[in-house]
Structure formats: structure tokens, C-alpha cells
Design a protein. Sequence first.
Length: 161
Amino acid sequence: MPRLWLLAIWVCGSLAFSDAAATPTPTPTGRWITADHSAVIQIFPCGADYCGQIVGIALAHPGDPMPRDWQGQPQCGEIILETAPMTNNLTGAINWVGTLRDPRNGSLYQASIAVDADRQLRLHGYLGLPLFGQTQTWAPYAGRTLLGCRLAFVPATSARG
């Protein structure tokens, strides 16, 4: 009888593990609002990789001009994130690893992104070693963007000055 219980436990555990392993990793495609609510980034497939483009910017005042990048070009439409898939050999989880460019000054950082179980995007940017980086959580964005990359609302924390 004890062997039958052990067999039943093993079968149930194997089925649960194989079901978890078969669950696909969520992709980062979609529109995401940055942690400080200052911008909306559209992440989309670009070949086998994923790219992120600025599609919405929160302005402190409705009449403010749209921000420009370090080269004097509008930030609206700028691709700031380029990543390629990388599978964790231990867990099977997929992270996308690549580069993130700060549109304000052109600084280039290493970056990894992953979508967690709560459908939040975790972006980890760093220089050199990931240990010396910072992680931000971006939420899915279902709001509107207006003509010219303006966000339909201006959160109190998004003043760009």
C-alpha cells in the first residue's frame, strides 16, 4: 500500500510539473507605462527580437513642447529598447536581454525585461554587471495617446521639467 501512495504522489507531481513547464512565458508585446508615468512604450516584435518605441509622453502643461532627444530629434517614435530572447537553463523562463537608450542624453545601458505572473513588465537596466543596476516595474497601459504622442491624462508624478 505505501508503494501505491508513493506512485500516486509521483504521478500527480509529474503531471503538475509538466503542466507548469508547458505554460508559455508571456511575451512583452504591448503598451507599457513607465514606473514614473512619464511615458508609454510600445514593445513589438522586430525580427526574432523585441523593440520598444516611445508612443506617449506626459507633459506638465498642455502647451509644453514635446521633449527632444540628445541629438535634437523628437523623442516621440524613438526606439529606445532592443532585446533578444534568452532562456534560463535552470527555470526555462525567458528574459529578453539587450540595450536601453536614455532618450534625454543618449546613454546606453544593458537591459533585461521579463513579464511576471501579475502581467507586470520588469525592466532591469545596468552598466557592466547586473548587480549594479536598477529594476523598474512597468504596468500595462490601456489608456489613450493623443495626436503628437501626448498622453490623454497627466499624472501628478509625471511632470517633466
